[in-house]
Design a protein around this ligand. Structure first.
Ligand SMILES: Nc1ncnc2c1ncn2[C@@H]1O[C@H](COP(=O)(O)OP(=O)(O)OP(=O)(O)O)[C@@H](O)[C@H]1O
Ligand SMILES: Nc1ncnc2c1ncn2[C@@H]1O[C@H](COP(=O)(O)OP(=O)(O)OP(=O)(O)O)[C@@H](O)[C@H]1O
Ligand SMILES: [Mg+2]
Ligand SMILES: [Mg+2]
Lengths: 255, 255
């Protein structure tokens, strides 16, 4: 049974998509078979792995709205053992009409549980919106990773998210656990250092030990369609996402 | 009649909220009376101006869903001539149920047009989601300002937005015009410089002359609840947002 990781935060631009790709590739590098699932109508994950979202005929939207089997929409990425379930700009349709179906929050979990292929990890990238689509991802998750910047609005968003986690635990996923990932961290910035300490004292064990610092090479790799660990294997970001992959693998083993 | 500016981009974290506050304050400083409207369920605009969203009983949600008069929810901000129509975390409800009402996209425009008070400018902050709430803001707008970073996913988002602008023009707001604002620009970064040139050659006059560079003082001012031009009046960001205000005032005069 695959270990399912959801990457979500209502706050926009906190490195959800970048973390999904980078962590996925680092897990593949250490020998795992990984499926990445794009739930965002922006389809940045699909785009970053080299597929033009406009050209995607069948996507996760069909899986959620028409019970299309997930395995029929999975594509290769050109990187062995890394696969993607792509999104396209129809995802807004799912956001609007899913809530009209009873039990809608379980649709993604059912689709992932009935996959014939065996993956070691499934990582789900979410839109910056806490609607029906993200609730599906929280219901399906073994672990919720919340990327956050050490900035005021991002930290405020975590507080809000705690309420949603409690609700999902009581309604559809009692074993949902979360871990916070500090991203885009600039150690030279006083605000970043102060707010990172605040995160540490507020969340203690809820915060992953691994953190990802600002690294402009991540911007370059999103343009070329290659995950950072392949494009710049010795970069600071590649090293830090490998450490994150190790920590996540340890965490998954303990579960 | 107030000049209505909508600040929107599906891409998250491109400085929509920061630009709304900073531009609003710079317009007030040059003698205008300004209303800021928070349409985001994150309610970062409301929070940044010192109001705890959990304590907001009546918000823009009531205006959209129950035809509450806009003037009855407008609050002062402590800065003379700067007012706010606050949001709270119920805005997700509007996102879900507005589309069931025919003509739903005109609700915000009607509410703003029937305001008894006279404002010179109304600036609307949007969530990073192109749903019913953002469509209301596009329908109400005289000018759409699209903040963007000089980064790959942000620029891709602009391409998508052009389709939505065409649709809104043909359905509910024929005179909608847009201008792109380059934000969080780091002139030392090669990717930023290259992609900024690309933006210039692709969009030419569609790009505002003013640009806002990376300035950590903006992070500080979002914590204290004071717009940058009051907290750090001589900072680079304060100077750049004042220049933006001048350019917008020129543009509004020509219309
Ligand atoms: N550690 C980092 N250092 C430098 N740039 C980064 C880093 N992580 C992400 N970025 C860049 O920051 C921007 C935002 O990241 P990304 O798009 O992954 O965030 P997101 O949370 O997925 O955004 P959205 O809310 O729009 O889905 C992107 O342009 C990305 O290339
Ligand atoms: N020019 C700038 N220099 C440095 N930091 C900035 C700048 N503009 C915005 N920021 C910071 O970047 C983060 C993102 O900005 P902001 O929250 O305004 O973006 P947004 O587009 O409103 O995000 P969302 O999509 O979540 O609504 C905030 O923490 C803000 O303080
Ligand atoms: Mg993303
Ligand atoms: Mg915002």
């Amino acid at each position: 049974m695959a270990y399912i990781i959801t990457i979500a935060n209502e706050k926009g631009g906190v490195s959800k998509t970048t973390s999904t790709i980078s962590l996925g590739a680092a897990l593949v590098e250490s020998g795992s078979k990984v499926l990445l699932v794009d739930l965002d109508s922006q389809a940045n994950l699909t785009l970053a792995l080299g597929t033009e979202p406009e050209k995607v005929q069948r996507s996760v939207v069909n899986v959620l709205m028409e019970s299309t089997p997930m395995s029929s929409i999975i594509q290769e990425t050109g990187i062995p053992n890394l696969f993607i379930a792509p999104s396209n700009h129809e995802m807004g349709v799912a956001e609007r009409f899913l809530p009209t179906r009873s039990g809608y929050e379980q649709l993604l979990r059912k689709a992932l549980y009935s996959l014939p292929e065996s993956f070691d990890f499934i990582i789900i990238d979410c839109p910056p919106f806490m609607g029906a689509v993200t609730i599906n991802a929280l219901t399906a998750a073994d672990l919720l990773v919340i990327p956050t910047q050490a900035e005021y609005f991002s930290i405020y968003a975590i507080r809000n998210m705690m309420g949603l986690i409690r609700r999902v635990r009581s309604q559809s996923n009692p074993t949902l656990t979360y871990r916070i990932l500090l991203t885009m961290f600039d150690r030279r910035n006083r605000i970043h250092r102060t707010l990172a300490e605040q995160l540490h004292s507020t969340f203690a064990n809820g915060l992953l030990t691994s953190r990802v610092e600002i690294d402009t090479k991540l911007r370059e790799s999103s343009i070329t369609g290659l995950p950072i660990i392949y494009q710049f294997p010795k970069s600071r970001a590649a090293i830090q996402y490998r450490a994150l992959a190790q920590e996540i693998m340890e965490y998954a083993k303990e579960e």
